[in-house]
Write a protein that binds this ligand. Structure first.
Ligand code: ADP
Ligand code: MG
Length: 494
């Protein structure tokens, strides 16, 4: 039963009367080698139904065991989000029948999630900061996958994914725009990647998000009835689904119709949502404590170890880059997008003190090289020290930035061991900063274009660039532009 709802655009005047309220539920697939409650492999892309055993299949008499590493990963995320960590964890059975659920129930955490509360700071496009409060993060297991192949009458089922560990991050209904939801997801993706607990790939399903959306009249304190939207496979589509729901719900409200609490599915092609199921056919999951698992107790010592081994977090590095390296927030944002780039930058800043130049090199020539070859920074051939000596060469006036980036840098990429100075010398690129050798070149240029010199002196100052071009050409690009510029002006203004 699917009913399409197309929505006409709503005027901003009417939209302005309503507040949009969003709470997100994000599932992150954990990067453990084995499953949440069995030792079956989690490897992705294996032949269907090869990562399974009687345990994954839930045969009678089999007993689950909790994967310690998965618990550790959940705690890492909890610590990174300032959650309170539950010390005695029990698991529950969530019972429902579905073909991709071999046991007939999912082992999850219902009461007493491992991480309680917490918060995730986000930064909006206009620079405004906001904190999204978390309700909880709990551990659970994934279901298998039903496959409806084209042209087949039967549905096939692959249990490889059944039992893969997940954490579910549940926010409070805290967000007020699709942009806030988008930024929250961006932050979560960054966090799980920095923490090495999930690859954060939404297109491949390792990060999944359900959006709860409601509206209320501006100024109201009472939340409206929420609609839960599923099946968005990118951050952008989450934002699109939210925008669509905002309009759809306003239209219903304005027409005096009921907003039904229901689950809706998003269609990326039309950008609309349609009803999947309503509260009436809400499942009764008959939650009860999992009798086959004893409680998992998080000791003080274990917690401390996890805390001590926590990597630097993106926000800490962002703040450090702005504070200690005096970088613009834009640079700090780009550089902390990935942990590996941020750590490379940190290493680079140990080797040079020209932090802005370091940032420019990373965001410019280094990133474009990586993008071009779709390489990871770990495979980047030049060590931070190499880039630092290149920066020094420019700062000392031995070569210009353009010579450094266009002539020396490509050579360093080809033979990583060579020093930039050695390359500059062997290619005869060292810039001439010697006034005595530059001056005669300039004098000659001015002599040959006495007409232009007269025009310059009569006020046509724009000719300076043309003279500089001549000088650089005559010196085969080796005259130090700063020195040449200074002499040129001296001679012209004489
Ligand atoms: P349920 O019991 O229906 O699962 P929860 O209270 O557990 O509802 O909340 C599930 C998610 O829905 C949370 O992310 C929460 O922030 C969000 N949510 C709850 N109420 C609203 C609302 N009125 N509008 C938007 N989101 C909401
Ligand atoms: Mg709930």
């Amino acid at each position: 039963m699917i009913e399409e709802t197309k929505t006409a655009p709503i005027s901003t005047g009417i939209k302005g009367k309503y507040e949009l309220v969003i709470g997100l539920e994000v599932h992150a697939q954990l990067l453990t080698n084995s499953k949440m409650y069995t030792s079956d492999s989690t490897a992705y892309g294996n032949l269907p139904n090869t990562n399974i055993s009687v345990l994954t299949l839930g045969h009678p008499g089999t007993l689950p065991k909790v994967n310690k590493r998965a618990v550790e990963f959940a705690i890492r995320m909890g610590l990174a989000c300032n959650c309170e960590i539950t010390r005695r964890n029990i698991f529950s059975r969530k019972n429902y029948f579905y073909p991709d659920l071999p046991k007939g129930y999912q082992i999850t955490q219902d009461k007493g999630p491992i991480c309680v509360g917490g918060e995730v700071p986000i930064t909006l496009g206009n620079g405004e900061n906001k904190t999204v409060t978390l309700n909880r993060i709990h551990m659970e297991e994934d279901a298998g996958k039903s496959m409806h192949l084209a042209g087949e009458t039967d549905t096939l089922v692959d249990f490889n994914r059944a039992g893969v560990p997940l954490i579910e991050i549940v926010t409070e209904p805290d967000m007020r725009s699709s942009e806030e939801a988008y930024q929250f997801l961006t932050e979560i993706k960054k966090l799980v990647r920095y923490l090495d607990i999930c690859d954060g790939n939404m297109e491949e399903g390792s990060l999944r998000c359900d959006a709860n959306i409601s509206i209320m009249p501006k100024g109201s304190k009472t939340l409206g009835k929420k609609v839960e939207v599923k099946n968005m496979n990118s951050f952008r589509n989450v934002a699109r689904a939210i925008e669509h729901e905002f309009d759809r719900q306003i239209l219903l409200y304005e027409n005096g119709e009921d907003i039904v609490s229901e689950t809706r599915t998003f269609d990326a092609t039309s950008g609309t949502t349609s009803s999947m199921r309503t509260k009436e056919d809400l499942n009764d999951y008959r939650y009860f404590p999992e009798p086959d698992l004893s409680p998992v107790v998080v000791s003080e010592e274990w917690l401390e170890n996890i805390q001590n081994e926590l990597p630097p977090l993106p926000r800490e590095l962002f703040e450090k880059f702005v504070r200690d390296y005096d970088l613009p927030t834009y640079d700090a944002g780009v550089l902390t997008d990935s942990k590996e780039i941020a750590l490379y930058f940190e290493a680079l800043c140990q080797a040079t003190q020209n932090y802005k130049a370091a940032s420019n090199w990373l965001m410019g020539p280094v990133k474009s090289y990586l993008n071009e070859l779709t390489l990871h920074i770990d495979d980047f051939p030049i060590k931070p020290e190499g880039i630092a000596s290149l920066i020094l060469l420019v700062d000392e006036g031995k070569v210009s930035f353009s010579v450094a980036s266009q002539k020396i840098y490509p050579e360093m990429l080809k033979s990583a061991g060579r020093s930039p100075l050695e390359i500059a010398q062997s290619l005869n690129l060292i810039q001439d900063s010697d006034e005595d050798s530059i001056k005669p070149i300039i004098e000659q240029v001015l002599e040959e274009s006495s007409g232009k010199v007269a025009e310059y002196r009569a006020g046509k100052k724009g000719l300076l660039g043309m003279f500089m071009g001549q000088v650089m050409k005559r010196s085969k690009g080796k005259a130090d532009p700063k020195v040449a510029n200074k002499i040129l002006i001296e001679l012209l203004e004489k």
